[in-house]
Design a protein around this ligand. Structure first.
Ligand code: IYR
Length: 222
């Protein structure tokens, strides 16, 4: 690697083999309990907790460190409801014609439909935007790099943080979702990426009995 003047010493922690084993096992066990939840209690989440989650997401790697993302916290009941109305309008079209029979069949066991009560109920909606380009002082556009990959990784870290906090979330993709940038009056370089209601599960919430692929099915070894 080339020597670059502005580099600083790496700060990291290393563990013994036993510690690595117990840490990775504990982390896997915690993460594997994560489930998508679509029914929320209205109990609010402390603002400082939400800020920490966004800080965590914002620490993700990104193409040329452009950090091409914005995470909007929507807690206002009126705005949440407007988002629900717009999302349900699109989802109604999806469930009634735009989605192929095969797709609807694949969703059967999840019990989803166009009604998105969670957009009112969840105390906070995190609306994730990708920033396709940045603008220089002369109004010139400069495309960001690997935007989808970067924002996807950041969202993964956000969801890990949500799980670690004992909260639940649903990764919702109303489609199309350009209404989100309009409603939240986002700058023209931002496109909605994902809508993530976050909160505490409603008491008695049940989730689909899904199975995860075995290690041997997802691991390649060479
Ligand atoms: N976006 C729709 C449909 C939907 C699609 C998939 I693929 C899912 O895993 C779940 C739902 C909705 O939000 O209902």
């Amino acid at each position: 690697m080339r020597d670059v003047a502005n580099h600083i010493p790496l700060i990291t922690t290393q563990y013994s083999e036993e510690e690595m084993m117990s840490r990775t096992k504990a982390f896997f066990e915690e993460m594997s309990k994560r489930r998508t939840v679509r029914e929320f209690d209205t109990r609010p989440i402390p603002k400082a907790v939400l800020d920490n989650l966004i800080r965590t997401a914002g620490s993700a790697p990104s193409g040329a460190n452009k950090q091409p993302w914005s995470f909007c916290l929507v807690q206002d009941k009126g705005i949440k409801h407007k988002i629900r109305e717009a999302a349900e309008k699109e989802e109604y079209e999806n469930y009634n014609g735009r989605m192929a029979d095969r797709w609807l069949d694949d969703l059967k066991d999840f019990g989803t439909d166009h009604v998105k009560e969670f957009l009112d109920e969840a105390p906070c909606l995190i609306v994730v935007f990708k920033r396709v380009y940045e603008m220089d002082e002369h109004g010139g556009r400069h495309n960001n790099y690997y935007v989808n990959e970067s924002v996807g990784i950041a969202v993964g870290m956000l969801l890990a943080g949500v799980q670690h906090a004992g909260l639940v979330a649903v990764t919702h993709t109303p489609s199309p979702m350009n209404f989100l940038a309009e409603l939240l009056e986002r700058p023209e370089n931002e496109r909605a990426y994902l809508l993530i209601p976050v909160g505490f599960p409603k008491e008695g919430t049940r989730v689909p009995d899904i199975k995860r692929k075995e290690l041997e099915e997802i691991r390649g070894e060479y």
